[in-house]
Design a protein around this ligand. Structure first.
Ligand code: CP
Length: 320
């Protein structure tokens, strides 16, 4: 699959084969990160501009690490201290940074659809690093890579996503990604945080399984993968959860829940974590939680995406 000069905007528009191709390349690239000098010259001379209109630790710094490991030049833009503060539009910012020499933009934006909008006008590839409540495709890809590494397969799994599904771009990308790979996705959480979309909307897209369940215990029973989500307080607009203590009581994952899931099941969280709300503090010690493995895999996935979009590379034997 040739993704050269294309945009990576969402999981919805990636085929299963394209997803597999990105995962395979990321698996091959990972060894570079363990070399004494973790750097290859592949993207020397390319300028990657990271536009982060919203806060980020994992996505922003793993994209920067990925870009630098591939020897690209990087600029990071957060809006502060730029002409955005004087009212410059997103489109004008893009046009001006293209004129400065950008070869690819990575963009995180609070408005759903912002990356899709600029992709219509940009002469260079756009990567969506999270747009409002819509999608976070690179997070879903690193989640897939982590599950593939830990469980050896991405098909016929029961994947349960717990929490603020409605406002979570991670959930929206993960639901599509895991189904595309042939697994069944269950979502659970308080009714007011469950999605507006109908189950059949998601069946139509993927022709696989998707289940909305209001009972945490039933949703996680015999799960292979449990993904806890952060409560997206900043996107609620009004108080949707009466109290976080109450949320924890009914939907926080605690050691007692581990008895319900499969023996080799893994526990994931995209971060940042509200310990004591979506996850009990003790869960940090749970041997099958793979939260930092997800973060580590984020670097390799983002390296693979940058290579695909800028060079169209297929899987390499080795990167010298
Ligand atoms: N998972 C995730 O997107 O984290 P950041 O907001 O820190 O990038």
């Amino acid at each position: 699959m040739d993704l050269k000069n294309k945009h990576l905007l969402d999981i919805a528009s990636l085929s299963k084969e394209e997803i597999e191709d990105i995962l395979n390349l990321a698996e091959n690239l990972k060894e570079i990160l363990y070399r004494p000098i973790p750097k290859v010259p592949t993207l020397r001379g390319k300028l990657i501009i990271h536009l982060f209109y919203e806060p980020s630790t994992r996505t922003r710094f793993s994209f920067e690490r990925a870009s630098k490991t591939l020897s690209a030049d990087t600029l990071t833009f957060t809006g502060k201290g730029t002409s955005v503060e004087k009212g410059e539009t997103l489109l004008d910012t893009i046009k001006n940074l293209e004129a400065i020499g950008a070869d690819l933009f990575v963009i995180r934006h609070p408005v759903a659809g912002a990356p899709h909008f600029i992709a219509k006008y940009s002469k260079v590839p756009i990567v969506n690093a999270g747009d409002g409540t819509h999608e976070h495709p690179t997070q879903a890809l690193l989640d897939l890579l982590t599950v593939k590494e830990k469980l050896g397969t991405l098909s016929d799994l029961k994947v349960t996503i717990v929490g603020d599904i409605k406002h979570s771009r991670v959930a929206h990308s993960d639901i599509l990604a895991f189904q595309k790979m042939g697994s069944t996705v269950w979502v659970t959480g308080p009714a007011q945080l469950l999605p507006d979309f109908k189950e059949e909307d998601y069946y139509k897209i993927t022709k696989n399984g998707f289940k909305i369940c209001y009972n945490l215990e039933k949703a996680i029973k015999e799960a292979d993968v449990v993904i806890a989500l952060r409560i997206q307080k900043e996107r609620h607009g009004e108080a949707l959860v009466p109290s976080f203590l109450e949320y924890h009581e009914f939907f926080g994952l605690t050691p007692k829940h581990l008895e319900l899931i499969k023996e080799n099941a893994i526990l994931m969280h995209p971060g940042p974590i509200n310990w004591g709300i979506e996850l009990a503090y003790e869960m940090e010690k749970y041997p099958s939680q793979v939260i930092l493995d997800q973060v580590e895999n984020g670097v390799a996935i983002r390296m693979a995406i940058l290579l695909k979009l800028l060079t169209g590379e297929k899987v390499y034997e080795s990167f010298g």
